[in-house]
Write a protein that binds this ligand. Sequence first.
Ligand SMILES: Cc1ncc(COP(=O)(O)O)c(C=O)c1O
Length: 377
Amino acid sequence: MMNVPAFDLKRNYEMLKDELKDAVNRVLESQRFILGEEVEGFEREVASYLGVSNALGCASGTDALLLSLMALGIREGDEVITTPYTFFATASVVSRLGARPVFVDIDPVTYNIDIDKIYDHITPKTKAVIVVHLFGHMAQVEKIEGLLRDKRIYLIEDCAQSFGAWRKIDDDIRYCGTIGTFGCFSFYPTKNLGGYGDGGLVTTNDDYLADRIRKLRVHGLCGEYVHEELGMNSRLDAIQAAILRCRLPHVDEWNKQRRIIAERYRILFDTYGISEFVKSPHEDTDGYHVFHQYVVRCDKRDELMKYLTENGVGTRVYYPLPLHLQPAFSSLGYKMGDFPQAEALSKNSLSLPMYPELLPEEQEYVVDTMAKFYRSN
Ligand SMILES: Cc1ncc(COP(=O)(O)O)c(C=O)c1O
């Protein structure tokens, strides 16, 4: 039996070990651990990679979202539209500020929020829309961006799972996180650009709002021990910045590798005759999917998952309980049946092993094991 874990960060570490140790050492020698040159260097490099005026490090992807909402003054009585099919943080930051998350069902093909349905949920209280580029596939934000701008509703892109994903818009390549008022990134270790601990980033082309984030991440500081407003303590550690600077130049090659792995899965499903039971994820023709996760829809999901586990293959379910059904959001008053597409996906989606170092023979083993399951069930 082969063992194919859902993630394996060790293989990646082995490749960059010396560089990473040098980077950490550089910070230790400098004895500058909070913000400073290392963080500024990373912010410059990532802004230049994405093609955005400002990139500001913070403590996590969750904080990137929270800081963005705070910078926009979102508060009690406001509504923020988002998807029920995402990680909890996307909507919890809205509630944390006393505002109300308003969910809109997903598009069953892309798994992203159904852009065409957003309009129907806009009310005079709507202050922002958070679009999540789920699993590495950038949503078609350009379809809604102009309309939101006209209505003075802010667009926030949750790019936690999509570093390096882009769409071709009017013949230009536009990276995710450069179209909305804010882009919010996570550097959680398993992300496409992951650090070795928590970390996050806010991007914006608005210099005024960038300045707001700069203040809010240091307790609203505007002069020595003078605090203009209530902010947070949310900075990117210099050690994480140094690690990320070392990893950023490799992210294109890793994303390319993820795409090769995705294509190989698709071909293997055909070769092993299981395409009728397992549906590969969709990619828009004008988009560049970076496959943070490789999430299929499949028949008999729970039994398949159990069989794969018994045979050494690690899988995950993203997400078994959509946000409108989470206990923490019960006060919002949603119920089962409100978002049929999100609910259906939560019952048949399965995330297969996906990381740039995954070997072809490991993928073949994964698909062969899936085929054995479907032959005997
Ligand atoms: C879509 C999405 N948004 C936000 C976050 C929060 O990021 P972090 O874990 O860095 O706080 C995550 C992380 O898993 C995520 O997947």
